[in-house]
Each structure stands twice: as C-alpha cells, then as structure tokens.
Write a protein that binds this ligand. Structure first.
Ligand code: 0X9
Ligand code: CA
Ligand code: CA
Ligand code: CA
Ligand code: ZN
Length: 426
C-alpha cells in the first residue's frame, strides 16, 4: 500500500521517467543474480525524493519484518524474499547488505570454533552473563549487601525460569514511603547488553553505597527495583548451540506451531489498538493471542499493580535513543496525556539524552507500537517511563552483539541518565 505522499512521489518520478529503479514493479526480484537469502539483512530507505518519516517506519515495522534499528533516513531490517519483494512493491528502496545466518555464524566464531554444549556466550564474549550467571550475580549482590537489598521474584517465564527482582534501599526489608523506581532489561532476547545494564545498576548502587555520595543519597531516599531479564527463555535460546540466533520474542508456542510473542506488544493498555503490532504468529512483533497472554507480561503487570512505582526505564538495544510515551499515536496530547505531562516527559527525556549523547523523541517518532511496556506504565499507572535504545547508534544484526569490551563503557555511559531519573522520581 502506498501512503498518499509516497504515491505522489511515485507519480512525480514516473513523470520524469526515473521510475525504472529497483523494486518498483510488484514482486520484483533482486536486481542482482544472487537469490534472496531466507533471512536477508536489508537497509531500507524511502523512494527517491521521499523522506523516511515515522509513518514510513511504521509501515515497514507493521509489515511483519524484523526491525533491527531505525535512525534518521534508514531502517535496518531482516526480511524473507517475499517480505522484501512486498516492501519494494510498496515503494521502499531495499539494499541487501548480508545474509543474517551467515553473519551470525561468523559473529559466533564460525563453524570451526563452535561449541554446541556452550555454557556461556561464544568465545570472546564470555563477560556477558548467561541466565545462570545473572542469577548468581544478583544473589551475590543481595547477600554481600544484605542491609540495603532484598531479593524477590516478579514471577516465572513461560519455561519456568524465575524472574528475579532486586530491591536496593536503606531498610530494604521494610516497604517505606520513598519514591519507587524500576529498571527493566532484556525483554527482547538478543538485546544482551541491556542485561549488563541492569547488572551494572545493581553493582553501582550496592558497591557504591557509603562511599559514593550520590549513590548513597539515592539508596537512602528511594526504593530502587531492578529486573535484569524479562525474557530469560528467549535470551538462553539466543545463545544456545554456541551460536547467536538473532532471536527477539519469548519462547511460548503459538497454536499453529510457530514460537514466540513479542513481549513489547503484549501489554494490556490499548493492546493491538493502532496498527503497531502484528496478529500474525510468525511476525517478530506478534502481539500474542490476548493482552498479557505471555507469562512474563502477566507477571510484571501484576507485580507493578501491587506497587507504587513512580519512574521507570526499560532498556533495549539499539539506536541510542531516549523515548517516551505514547507509542500508539503520533499525537503528543491525547486521552491520558495532557500537554503539561507531555512537556514533562520531553523535559526529563531531553535532559537524560544530553547526559548520554542519545537522541530524544516521543516513541511513536520512531514508529507506532501498541501494547508496549511504556504505554502501559504511563497509561495504567502514570509512571514517568522511558525506553532507552542503547549502543550502538546503527548497524545490522551485529548491532545486537557488540564485543564484551563494550559492556563497561556503554553501561557506565548511562549513569548520569539513571541519576536524572532517580532525582525526578521524587
Ligand atoms: O520495537 C520495540 O519494541 C522497541 N525497539 S526494539 O528495536 N528494541 O525492538 C521500541 C519500542 C518503543 N516504542 C515505540 N517505538 N513506539
Ligand atoms: Ca559469561
Ligand atoms: Ca528505604
Ligand atoms: Ca514503598
Ligand atoms: Zn528491544
């Protein structure tokens, strides 16, 4: 389907005789002789003289392809041959930049070094935490800092893995009347850098207590909750077999034999409302059979319903963005969002973005989503909630797998932003 503006651009292009570019005819084949890979990595741009705006990005995202990153004029996607052809016939320009399965095999060390029984990340990336390593880290933090922490659980994943939540505060065993702040990570399986982000927050606010003045102040005056992984099943699947899988969703089977729901389209606020998710089970943004149909979302929602969370960041990768609600509409002001409230989101979001060098925007400025965690947090509970898309700013499938040397610089990079959120939770 053409947007009106793109249709006009097509008319203009046709008039100048420039319409014979790749992909204008329906079902066009790759311009080169090479066959399209099952999972092709593509750089998507708009047609000539046409901007890749939020509406175009929404159109691409809602076509069922796997969106890896989006920034400025281009989008990085993974698509099958039919999906690529469909986007081209809709007027987008697609440049094939690689075969995802080949790229993942290379990134994982190639066939010769592959260890099918790997209990850790592929060689060279061992500093990343597997689920068991993450749980061990959280338990160690809780026992080493018993006076200022309390370990509990949000619930269980589909495959039965515990979803640990660590509370960090003075008098941690007591539910005090201090602003509650939540950090959630790794909702998308392959976004492993975010798990490290939550572990870094835990380490900073426990080890730093009593020595770092800012940290001590926040631990004394706030109740900080950290959930390092909202999708442990997907995350473990992504590193299974010693090779990265490029997996996004959870691991809950669908009735047709496909696997996985996009956790960030399964939240209950205006679930499936607005063309920002897919009803197709095989889509990477499949919204699930019903609102909160995933055990992970049901558990987190129930946990948040029972608390008084004031502020929240949900960490994702990648594109280096600070995003705020709403995601289901391009409008700033709508049901559930006044101009004053929007301005506050923008103000704090812009401050956080200046501290870490990310780009601030309303989340729908990227593309429309419905059923995402931030719309639910704000729409349902008026939480000051943000989505951070971490490092890198751009890339292909490798954007999800930065070398483990990047963990320390890219997690500490957000210390200032985290502090700004904690300050404004008061
Ligand atoms: O699509 C998502 O769920 C998030 N991006 S990711 O590449 N990590 O999957 C972005 C969600 C932010 N909300 C909107 N863009 N509306
Ligand atoms: Ca490890
Ligand atoms: Ca306290
Ligand atoms: Ca409390
Ligand atoms: Zn994500």
């Amino acid at each position: 389907m053409f947007t009106k503006r793109r249709a006009l651009a097509l008319v203009a292009a046709a008039a100048t005789g420039l319409v014979v570019v790749t992909g204008w005819s329906a079902g066009a084949e790759e311009p080169t002789a090479a066959p399209s890979p099952d999972r092709g990595l593509y750089r998507v741009t708009a047609a000539k003289d046409d901007a890749m705006d939020a509406a175009s990005r929404t159109e691409v995202a809602s076509s069922g392809v796997d969106v890896l990153g989006a920034r400025d004029g281009a989008m990085e996607i993974v698509a099958g041959p039919a999906q690529a052809a469909a986007l081209r016939s809709d007027g987008f320009t697609l440049e094939l930049t690689g075969d995802v399965d080949e790229l993942l095999a290379e990134r994982s060390g190639g066939p010769s070094t592959r260890d099918v029984s790997a209990a850790d990340f592929p060689a060279g990336d061992e500093s990343y935490h597997t689920y068991d390593e993450m749980v061990a880290e959280v338990r160690a933090a809780a026992s080493d800092h018993a006076a200022i922490s309390a370990l509990s659980s949000v619930g269980s994943s589909y495959e039965g893995r515990d979803l640990p939540v660590l509370k960090i505060s003075d008098n941690a065993a007591t539910d005090e009347d201090e602003p509650e702040v939540l950090f959630t990570c790794n909702m998308h399986a392959r976004e492993h850098l975010t798990t490290e982000m939550c572990l870094h927050i835990i380490q900073r606010f426990t080890d730093g207590y009593g020595t770092d003045q800012a940290v001590t102040g926040f631990v004394d005056s706030r109740e900080i909750f950290v959930v390092p992984s909202l999708n442990p099943d997907g995350s473990e699947f992504d590193i299974s077999g010693g090779e990265y899988q490029g997996w996004r969703k959870n691991r809950q089977p669908n009735s047709d034999g496909t696997v996985g729901t996009d956790i960030n389209r399964n939240f209950s606020y205006l679930w499936g409302c607005c063309g920002g998710s897919s009803g197709s089970t095989s889509a990477e943004d499949y919204r699930g059979a019903s609102a909160a149909s995933t055990p992970e979302v049901a558990a987190l929602q129930a946990w948040v319903d029972a608390r008084q969370i004031k502020a929240h960041i949900d960490f994702h990768t990648f594109s280096e963005l600070v995003l705020w609600p709403f995601g289901h509409t391009y409008d700033e002001v709508t049901d559930g969002m006044t101009q004053e409230e929007y301005d506050h989101f923008e103000d704090i979001g812009t401050q956080m973005a200046s501290s870490n060098g990310y780009t601030p925007d309303q989340s729908s400025g990227l593309y429309i989503t419905d059923g995402d965690i931030n719309d639910w947090m704000w729409g349902e509970h008026k939480v000051l909630t943000y989505c951070f898309e971490m490092y890198p700013s751009g890339g292909g499938i490798d954007g999800f797998y930065p070398p483990d040397e990047d963990i320390v610089p890219q997690t500490t990079r957000n210390d200032g932003a985290v502090d700004i959120l904690l300050t404004n939770a008061g």
